[in-house]
Design a protein around this ligand. Structure first.
Ligand code: SAH
Length: 220
């Protein structure tokens, strides 16, 4: 894609970010390419005070008390999903739309839910304007998932969940996976559940991450 306002300076900074992620155990070339392709600085909203920092490996505020995830976190979760071209992916927590854009560059058909009306109202048109037409945005409570569009090959939760939502597990295709940060006793661990059969899931645990909390209901 050809973006307005994506200067050589931004492209250079983005290459630097990819090198940093390689040094931090991100090994999937397709994920690294996607991070190298998505202009993260265009996901910071109209308020561009953070523009200069967009290619640092940090989370930043995006309004409504929420943050754009740290690039390392986006890369780590994207890598765990193991997306194949054309896969249906459900994302919980659209936020800035950055993670959704990375998934779309990986070839996914993305369905993304956001519970904050203010963010939904900004991000949906932004993704359209940037030309990410394989992403569909929904305003709602991610604990419910999107039963109408299920099953999904992958589900990614981008907020720290106090419990593993049963409704999301139920919306996974057989062989599909759910990547979710799970908070227990003050720490948040990344988990991957794979649906082995209609009633069986395998569970893997990775290391600690920081996320804003996954909250119930919608916020206006
Ligand atoms: N994927 C985003 C990360 C944003 S932070 C990005 O790349 O920018 C996590 C987001 O999850 C926040 O916008 C928050 O409002 C949203 N969220 C929290 N609980 C949710 C829920 N139950 N359903 C949908 N979105 C939720």
């Amino acid at each position: 894609m050809n973006f307005k306002n994506d200067t050589y300076r931004h492209q250079g900074l983005r290459k630097g970010l990819v090198e940093k992620l390689k040094a931090k155990e991100i090994t999937d070339e397709r994920v690294l390419n996607a991070i190298g392709e998505v202009p993260r600085h265009l996901f910071f909203g109209l308020d561009t005070i953070f523009d200069n920092h967009a290619y640092e490996d940090k989370a930043f505020p995006i309004g409504a008390g929420q943050t754009i995830s740290q690039p390392y976190t986006v890369a780590f979760q994207s890598q765990l999903l193991e997306i194949a071209i054309g896969d249906k992916v459900l994302e919980i927590g659209t936020g800035s739309g950055y993670q959704a854009a990375v998934l779309s560059v990986l070839g996914a058909q993305v369905f993304s839910i956001e519970r904050q009306k203010k963010l939904f109202d900004v991000t949906r048109p932004l993704l359209q304007e940037l030309g990410y037409n394989s992403i569909k945005c929904f305003f709602g409570d991610g604990f419910e998932g999107l039963p109408f569009f299920a099953p999904f090959d992958h589900i990614i939760v981008t907020a720290a969940a106090p419990e593993i939502p049963k409704k999301l597990l139920a919306q996974l295709a057989i062989g599909g996976n759910l990547v979710i940060p799970h908070t227990q006793e003050n720490s948040t661990i990344m988990k991957r559940f794979t649906r082995i059969s209609p009633n069986e899931f395998s569970e893997e645990n990775f290391h600690n991450f920081r996320f804003v909390p996954m909250l119930k209901g919608k916020a206006f």
